[in-house]
Write a protein that binds this ligand. Structure first.
Ligand SMILES: Nc1ncnc2c1ncn2[C@@H]1O[C@H](COP(=O)(O)OP(=O)(O)OP(=O)(O)O)[C@@H](O)[C@H]1O
Length: 928
């Protein structure tokens, strides 16, 4: 409840450490204003000028943002509850004042009553909350101003006052009245516009599509799924509001995710409105073009973009140049960068975090070699854990000669000779070094490990071996290499750091590429959200591999600084700064927004800065509407800065809204649609949706083809060509059926996770019965085909899911990190799966099929068919489902049938009897 003349201030810590220094006193001078003192000055914020009061989460503190007609004040330095309390008090204060105004000018109520009556009877239309305000905004006098005030909340009005109002005021005071009116309106409008929607964008819109066109709340979110006709709905919405003359064409802004999508939407809208696309008065464009246009309009010239931003590889190259430059000019940076690449190529995530041993093994290693030692190192040896890998790489980096698990002789107390294998053996001094998996509490995740470690220590002591040890605890707190340096140098073993040129030659290109990509993503977030090094270091504390996160924070922050400086030096901006600059021009009213209706496609991929631009456009035009369309299941641009929570928490971000659904898919047949939906919803954080297809299920229309590799990896290109040829023959036999529908050829899409898998290198083979296009999963978004072939649906760092993409380091910068493992990879696979209407073929490495194949089997059971590249059915293993039953022989020559996924699955059948000895089959995805 409002405490008039109470003074609000930032919290003590914020005042002391962040220098926050403001004072806010509602009603100090009069009941019409709020007194704000900051930076030595004092301002009176008039209640009637205020437009909104919202809380915003900053990095360290929460803030209250007060927008008024001429300014925006951000009061930071508050805890969450203090910010909520202040915001609520301010809304209460403003409403109390509005109540006073209404009470003092009751003679005006009749005129307002007449206006409201006119809106709901004469000018029959959907009523958003702000429409009522807009209708009465033209009535002179303060009572009308109070009713149309954007912060007016009728629920806060005194009951005596409410009782004195004419009947039409119930629209303002009782949300249910407006709600019922709108429900009746939608029903009536569906009937009145039936013919209009029956032939729209070349089709008859579904009930849900029609409703989405009619609804026009202040904020609207249409939650769709793949192939559900989002674009047709956007075309329909524009056509409908123009038909009803609710807005003028030049008041409509349609934002698409990329230029192709914008071009297509523009053409479709123009066709529907029967105008030439270049004569279309609605603005259909991308965020970039919008930002560019705003800046150009205000400055009189286009923004000066850095020369690298227009080319997709340009940014990566610019970052690479900065790294080379920093590595040669800044010794500290060079040391950290090398440390990152050599000693911390991958996050050291504790074993127990994984759901199963198989999962852990998949994470730590690409290959399986040398018995139990599976993890490669730069020293040319294979080791057993990521920490041992770091040690081996560090020794290599410092040119220390050592052997891994060399056999060493010791005599025990009785004089008998024993052979043991210490982790590291230093040739120069004969020193043995054990690295024990023992944490800071002296405990180990492995059974009896601490006792065995103690026995080893005794052995070395009795056998008089020169010995030292390191522990996991030291790897975790970042002291391990100081300890090793001391131990080795104390024994006279020299540490000679390798030259960067030598290191660069030895580095695995995939590791370098991974870090480059990660840095590119992080720079975007750091710049957009003004993250400081302290914030990154603070967040690093909560990651599994804290030492790596700390080093990465310093490296990436330094690069981000250099990147910003590079832009300043060149007097240029990049795309992100362009959006931020445009937003500022809107916020400061140097740009005047003409848009009353803003439609945004692919809303699930929106980033914080883009959302801010939309908000600023809306804030500038008080009664403007937002219609956002998207599918959270298809959010796949986290690396480009998108924040899916802007979609999933739409109402919290954009205020009270109408939320509708498109649950009917026109593309995938029911089997593909249902299986893909079941698969993506295994992540409980995805919104729950029903998906119905207009195409009945085609049995076995998801097919898995395991490809055996002769060498390391199968040849997916050759397999894909063979499959396409087979399909061509098959389609020839049913050609007549579809030619009846007027189509000359069917469409096939070949899709891959990473471009290095492109089997055609841009030269597309020709087929008699279908056209083939080939592209990455990401680029396939928005496309559709009759058949799709998905390449290399296998486990691996660059497989499906791609393990390198889910690096925990992203949590340093992402506003709302996801907890479900490989969440984005899952959505990406969903996008790829849902491009096909008739059939999907998944080509997988027979030796290591993707865990997602098993999940599809869990969702769709027998409906997933396993076959050879020539189409012969394979017998699936009933235990793990992803393997096939193959004939094998025991050592004694006895025949049996076993699973091809041995040793991960140990299912066997001896002489007709099935027996699952022990299955370590791939289980559910790990929640990290
Ligand atoms: N009402 C309708 N009746 C028949 N077909 C429709 C209807 N609406 C859309 N379609 C068709 O459905 C298919 C999918 O539509 P569209 O590409 O707009 O879907 P989408 O929701 O954007 O899909 P995605 O998100 O997967 O890219 C298209 O072939 C489109 O022509």
């Amino acid at each position: 409840m409002l405490k008039r003349a109470r003074t609000y201030r930032p919290g003590l810590f914020a005042r002391l450490f962040s220098g926050e220094n403001w004072k806010l006193t509602p009603g100090r001078r009069s009941t019409a204003g709020i007194c704000l003192a900051s930076g030595g000055g004092e301002t009176e914020l008039e209640c009637l000028d205020l437009e909104s009061v919202q809380t915003a989460k900053g990095v360290l503190w929460h803030a209250v943002e007060i927008r008024s007609r001429t300014r925006m004040d951000r009061l930071s330095g508050l805890g969450r509850s203090a910010a909520d309390e202040l915001a609520a008090d301010l809304v209460g204060f403003v409403n109390e004042y509005l109540g006073e105004l209404i009470r003092s000018e009751t003679n005006q109520l009749r005129e307002i009553d007449a206006r409201l009556g006119a809106v709901v009877t004469d000018n029959y239309r959907y009523l958003a909350h702000s429409d009522l305000g807009s209708a009465i905004a033209g009535v002179p006098g303060k009572a009308a101003t109070a009713f149309s005030h954007p912060m007016f909340d009728p629920r806060r009005m005194a009951q005596t006052l409410e009782a004195a109002l004419p009947a039409s005021y119930s629209f303002l005071t009782d949300p249910n009245v407006r709600h019922h009116y709108n429900e009746r309106f939608v029903v009536a409008e569906l009937a009145a516009f039936a013919a209009f929607f029956d032939d729209l964008d070349g089709r008859s819109l579904s009930g849900q599509q029609r409703e989405a066109c009619i609804r026009l709340e202040d904020s609207n979110l249409l939650i769709a799924s793949a192939g559900s006709g989002k674009s047709a709905t956007m075309v329909g919405k524009v056509a409908y509001v123009l038909e009803k003359k609710l807005v003028r064409p030049d008041e409509i802004l349609v934002l698409a995710f990329n230029k192709n999508a914008a071009d297509e939407l523009r053409e479709r809208i123009a066709r529907q409105l029967k105008v030439e696309p270049d004569k279309l008065q609605c603005r259909v464009t991308t965020f970039h073009a919008l930002g560019r246009g705003i800046i150009q309009e205000v400055d009189g010239r286009p923004p000066q973009l850095a020369n690298w931003v227009e080319h997709p590889a340009g940014e990566a190259k610019a970052i690479e140049e900065i790294i080379v430059e920093l590595a040669s000019s800044d010794r500290e940076f060079m040391r950290l960068w090398v440390d990152l690449l050599v000693v911390h190529p991958k996050a050291d995530i504790p074993r127990e975090t994984f759901d199963s041993e198989v999962d852990y093994q998949r994470y730590v290693t690409e290959r399986r070699t040398k018995g139990k030692a599976t993890i490669g190192s730069l020293a040319g040896i294979y080791v057993k854990s990521l920490q041992e890998q770091s040690i081996a790489n560090w020794l290599w980096l410092n040119s220390v000669a050592f052997e891994y698990e060399r056999q060493v002789q010791v005599r025990d107390a009785e004089g008998a000779v024993r052979h043991i294998h210490p982790d590291f053996y230093y040739l120069a001094t004969g020193t043995v070094h054990e690295h024990f998996a023992i944490d800071a509490n002296g405990a180990s995740p492995f059974k009896d490990y601490v006792d065995h470690a103690e026995a080893k220590r005794r052995d070395y002591q009795v056998g008089q071996k020169d010995f030292f040890e390191t522990r996991s605890a030291q790897a975790a707190d970042g002291t391990i290499f100081d300890v090793m340096r001391k131990q080795l140098e104390g024994r006279g073993i020299p540490l000679v750091a390798k030259q960067y040129s030598e290191i660069a030659k030895a580095l695995e290109p995939v590791v370098v590429k991974h870090y480059h990509q990660l840095i590119g993503t992080c720079i975007k977030h750091i710049r957009a959200n003004h993250l400081t090094l302290d914030i990154l270091l603070e967040r690093a504390q909560s990651l599994h591999d804290r030492e790596r996160a700390r080093i990465f924070s310093r490296v990436v922050y330094r690069i981000a600084e250099a990147y910003s400086q590079k832009l300043v030096d060149a007097g240029r901006i990049d795309f992100d700064s362009m959006i931020a600059d445009a937003t500022q021009l809107v916020e400061t009213k140097r740009y005047t927004s003409p848009y009353s209706l803003i439609l945004v496609d692919e809303f699930q991929d929106i980033s914080g800065p883009r959302a801010k631009l939309i908000k600023s456009l809306r804030d500038q035009k008080p009664f403007s509407k937002l219609f956002a369309v998207g599918d959270d299941w298809q959010s796949i641009y986290r690396f480009a800065g998108s924040d899916v929570t802007l979609f999933t928490r739409f109402e919290a971000n954009f205020g009270t809204s109408w939320q509708g659904r498109l649950e009917q898919t026109y593309r995938c047949n029911q089997l593909i649609a249902e299986t893909a939906a079941g698969f993506v919803q295994r992540n409980p954080e995805q919104l729950r949706k029903l998906v119905r297809s207009i195409r009945p299920a085609i049995p076995k229309s998801i097919r898995v083809i395991p490809i055996e590799g002769t060498k390391e990896r199968p040849d997916f290109g050759a397999a894909c060509l063979r499959l396409l040829s087979r399909l061509d023959v098959f389609l020839g036999s049913i050609a007549e059926q579809w030619r009846g529908t007027g189509r000359q050829k069917l469409k096939a899409l070949v899709l891959w996770r990473y471009n290095h898998l492109d089997p055609f290198a841009g030269r597309m083979p020709a087929f008699a019965h279908f056209e083939v296009s080939a592209l990455s999963f990401h680029r396939s978004k928005g496309l559709e085909a009759d058949y799709t072939i998905l390449l290399d649906i296998s486990e691996g760092d660059y497989g499906v899911p791609s393990r390198v993409e889910d690096d925990e380091l992203l949590n340093l910068v992402i506003p709302n990190p996801e907890t479900f493992a490989y969440a984005e990879e899952r959505r990406l696979f969903y996008v790829a799966l849902t491009r096909a209407s008739r059939g999907v073929f998944l080509l997988a490495d027979g030796a290591r099929p993707s865990r997602y194949i098993q999940e599809l089997c869990e969702v769709a059971g027998e409906e997933i068919r396993f076959e050879t590249i020539d189409g012969q059915a394979l017998q699936q293993c009933p235990a793990c489902r992803v393997g096939q039953l193959v004939e094998r022989k025991t050592k004694t020559g006895r025949s049996f049938v076993g699973c091809s996924q041995y040793p991960n699955c140990r299912h066997v059948v001896f002489s007709g009897k099935q027996k699952q000895i022990r299955s370590r089959a791939l289980r559910r995805p790990t929640v990290q």
